[in-house]
Ligand binder design. Structure first.
Ligand SMILES: Nc1ncnc2c1ncn2[C@@H]1O[C@H](COP(=O)(O)OP(=O)(O)OP(=O)(O)O)[C@@H](O)[C@H]1O
Ligand SMILES: [Mg+2]
Length: 153
């Protein structure tokens, strides 16, 4: 588990861009954390970095999912806060996302057992100042090597 201090929002955006560079088709990023800890801020920077151009990234609070194309892969950005049961995510096409997209999921715990084990888990916490956050990053062996490559190990 990596424990990263994010002193301000820029640090969160930089982390998102760093991870965007080592991510590819089939990857799943589970973005966990209380309301306002920066999951959507992270997703915005990640998607913009993947696309390489300014991109409007609305929070999928009500649509539950927004999709993007970065020229190499489809990016699926889920916010499952309002999911009432895990099966509802199947109707949103979450299995297609897992199979051949890059998937970012806010409130991944709503999926319960449908959340794949092969995910990179990023847990956001509030820090000691209003602008500070802490991220815990945890993935399998494959992720550990890739994180080291990105200078995050
Ligand atoms: N270090 C930081 N990293 C990320 N966001 C920060 C940071 N410091 C302050 N902020 C602010 O915190 C807020 C984070 O909001 P954001 O919508 O990204 O949270 P969220 O985790 O997606 O919440 P929700 O669970 O409601 O979807 C933004 O207003 C952002 O400007
Ligand atoms: Mg959000």
């Amino acid at each position: 588990v990596l424990n990263i201090n994010l002193a301000d929002e820029d640090a969160t955006l930089t982390l998102a861009r760093d991870l965007a560079r080592i991510t590819g088709v089939g990857d799943i990023l589970a973005l966990r954390g209380e309301l306002g800890t920066g999951k959507t801020a992270f997703a915005r920077a990640f998607i913009t970095a993947r696309r390489g151009e300014a991109t409007e990234v609305p929070s999928p609070t009500f649509t539950l999912v927004q999709t993007y194309d970065d020229g190499q892969a489809a990016i699926y950005h889920f916010d499952l806060f309002r999911l009432t049961k895990p099966d509802e995510a199947l109707e949103l096409g979450i299995e297609d996302a897992f199979a051949d997209g890059i998937t970012l999921i806010e409130w991944p715990e709503r999926l319960e057992s449908l959340l794949p084990d092969r995910r990179l888990e990023i847990d956001f916490f509030y820090g000691e100042t209003p602008e500070a956050r802490i991220a815990w990053i945890n993935g399998g062996a494959d992720w550990t090597a890739r994180l080291a490559e990105a200078g995050l190990g």
